[in-house]
Design a protein around this ligand. Sequence first.
Ligand SMILES: N[C@@H](CCC(=O)N[C@@H](CS)C(=O)NCC(=O)O)C(=O)O
Length: 257
Amino acid sequence: MTQQPLILYDIPSTTPEKAWSPNLWKARLALNAKGIPYRTVWVEYPDIADLCKRIGAEHTGMRPNGPHYTLPVVQDPNTGAIVSDSFKIAQYLDKTYPDTIRLVPDGTAAFQAMFVETTTYKVMFLMYKTFLEKIVPLLNPRSSEYFRRTREAFFGVKIEEVAPPGPARDETWKEMLDGLSLVTKWEAEGKGIFMMGETVSFADIVMLALLHWVKIMEGVESKEWKDVMGTDDGRWAKFYQALEKWIWVDEGSYGDK
Ligand SMILES: N[C@@H](CCC(=O)N[C@@H](CS)C(=O)NCC(=O)O)C(=O)O
């Protein structure tokens, strides 16, 4: 049993839920699904690297200018552990809190890792390109400025030019819907609506985080949300309804100061 709440470091937005990023939702949903007590500490983009260095969180990648630090990070005051990367967080929680729902069942770590990797390119990145323009005003000013500057450096064009409304955005969105259908095809052999059939696992957390991102970015009345809910004969609507009980943000969250 946990004694003290864990800390989830997340990036805030100006939306009512405050939590908005799919990678961060993956870690939050893992904690929620497991019922592990935690509190959120909100960190603006330009402060992530300093925070990680200060608390000793590992970088998750390398960039030409050095280590790349990202959130989510989970800090566990019960064990002293500090874990970066949503998938590693799920694995840590499984190992440390074995009496909770298992998100990476024995023998499935490679499957889960490949699922994360593939959906990152076949679904998440395409959503990201579609939503890019809308993320800028949704962030607080310091994060918004950082996001625009770093993403424009990455894409080599203005954010507004990555997938402008019209044919470019329509094509990107259609490719994303095809990505969802690809996942449905993989799952079609199974007995249930989850990626492992009747057993919920981290792969489902990933899909739930991605679907919820559409809802946050576009709203329930949007064409995009309706597209997703209607894809594969309502399969994703059923999936979302089955797991939406895990979608909540802890109240009484704190700033990183
Ligand atoms: N593989 C990582 C990816 C995390 C990630 O890319 N986080 C982004 C926010 S969505 C970040 O913190 N970026 C820091 C930056 O852009 O400087 C995970 O799943 O946790």
